[in-house]
Design a protein around this ligand. Structure first.
Ligand SMILES: NC(=O)c1ccc[n+]([C@@H]2O[C@H](COP(=O)([O-])OP(=O)(O)OC[C@H]3O[C@@H](n4cnc5c(N)ncnc54)[C@H](O)[C@@H]3O)[C@@H](O)[C@H]2O)c1
Ligand SMILES: O=C(O)C(=O)C[C@@H](O)[C@H](O)[C@H](O)COP(=O)(O)O
Ligand SMILES: [Zn+2]
Length: 382
């Protein structure tokens, strides 16, 4: 991977006409947040949507920066976890913001992981028929994926992210230093989405991750932060390229869903209670997608096994059996039928070998069921 002059600083531009924005990646950015925020604001008032864990760690730092910038802030503290991405929390948040007399010139700050970003973004998309928001992602997953590209939404009883809107942020402000406080399980979940970009169309990046991925988790390495920052930068560049070409997922953007048809079904079946994190579902789902690709002659068994071995080497779950709860292949298949990529009842799968992902339809569901069954039993051929 190319070395930037300052390994902890990068700006990625997402060109989308009058909705274009920059993703600023800078170690220590939160300490100078006001400098990056002020040029984006129309009025000096923000509504910060966050959750209690993130607030406990970073509210004082962010509040101090806002005060230095002369920015008035109203804070909203939600409960951490996937269950917060719900109709009930969405409705309460809308009412709480309206009670504070939020106006169209105000800006929402989404300070937290993907749960906060998706929910706060959807609130911003719908409140007063749309107000501006800024993403300040604090997990690896949100820094490499969810804060970029404008997909916002909540989960429903029918499945993940089934209600939402495309609403681009005014900007994305990333401070990789906050990853120091992130639990390793959350770091691993974010790493799944990083691997995804390599698997989609960048075998060189995938090879770099095979070499350097372990360093992302190695607190004793003086390269940890530089490797994390490089992975964030390459991931944001990859996502920005895809979103710039296909903002509303009429084609290429669906590739970003690699592993998600399986992963979302696993998440729905596990309940949104922390048993299975989104990124964990994606990692297992990407193994299933590669396994299905092998069975269809679209990938080599070596490619699937390379992914499995790498996930194992960084201590990640790779099969549905690793989740540790009983799962039923038939039930998982029925969740998959509700996937947003389905067309005329036919589920779309992102398949192919490493770096060669493409959309496939009309896949034999008996094969899919066999893949699910083997993952549930942890018996994928090694
Ligand atoms: N919109 C998109 O394009 C997109 C892309 C990928 C994922 N997502 C969504 O993102 C969500 C998952 O996001 P996530 O993985 O960030 O989970 P999350 O938001 O639940 O955060 C994970 C955990 O990390 C904690 N946390 C956050 N920042 C921390 C920090 N710096 N230090 C210590 N703890 C911290 C949180 O309190 C939480 O417990 C899912 O709902 C998924 O569907 C959306
Ligand atoms: O940005 C996208 O497009 C993605 O698909 C990114 C995914 O990692 C993310 O999990 C997304 O929320 C899934 O989208 P969905 O449309 O399947 O809900
Ligand atoms: Zn995802």
């Amino acid at each position: 991977m190319p070395n930037s002059p300052n390994p902890l600083l990068a700006t990625v531009h997402l060109p989308l006409g009058d909705r274009s924005y920059d993703i600023i990646i800078k170690g220590g950015l939160l300490d100078e947040l006001e400098t990056h925020l002020k040029p984006l604001l129309k009025a000096n008032r923000v509504f910060v949507i966050t959750e209690t864990t993130v607030a406990g760690l970073y509210e004082s730092k962010v509040a101090a920066a806002l005060a230095r910038g002369g920015i008035t802030a109203h804070w909203f503290h939600l409960t951490p976890g996937e269950a917060t991405k719900s109709f009930a929390v969405y409705e309460k948040l809308l009412n709480d913001l309206l009670a504070c007399k939020i106006e169209r010139s105000d800006v929402i700050l989404a300070l937290g992981g993907g749960v906060i970003g998706d929910l706060a973004g959807f609130v911003a998309a719908s409140l007063l028929r749309g107000i501006d928001f800024i993403q300040i992602p604090t997990t690896l997953l949100s820094q490499v994926d969810s804060s970029v590209g404008g997909k916002t939404g909540i989960n429903t009883a029918h499945g993940k992210n089934l209600v939402g809107a495309f609403h681009q942020p005014l900007g994305v402000l990333i401070d990789p230093y906050v990853l120091k406080t992130l639990p390793v399980r959350e770091l691993q979940a974010g790493y799944a989405e990083v691997l995804k970009y390599g698997l989609i169309d960048d075998p060189t990046f995938f090879g770099w991750l095979l070499e350097n991925g372990k360093t992302m988790f190695d607190t004793s390495s003086n390269r940890q932060l530089a490797v994390q920052t490089e992975a964030i930068k390459v991931s944001c560049e990859a996502k920005a390229r895809v979103v710039a070409e296909d903002e509303r997922e009429s084609g290429k953007r669906a590739l970003l869903n690699l592993g998600h048809t399986f992963g979302h079904a696993l998440e729905a079946e596990c309940g949104y209670d922390g048993t299975l994190l989104h990124g964990e579902g994606v990692a297992i789902g990407m193994v299933m997608a590669l396994d299905l690709s092998v069975r269809l002659g679209l990938a080599n068994p070596d490619e699937r096994d390379m992914l499995i071995n790498h996930l194992k080497s960084v201590g990640m779950k790779w099969s549905a059996a690793d989740i540790g709860v009983p799962l039923d292949a038939g039930k998982l298949l029925s969740h998959m039928a509700k996937d947003k990529k389905a067309k005329a009842g036919s589920v779309g799968f992102i398949l192919g070998g490493i770096g060669k992902a493409a959309m496939h339809r009309g896949i034999d569901l008996d094969l899919v069921q066999a893949v699910l069954h083997d993952s549930v039993c942890g018996t994928v051929t090694q």
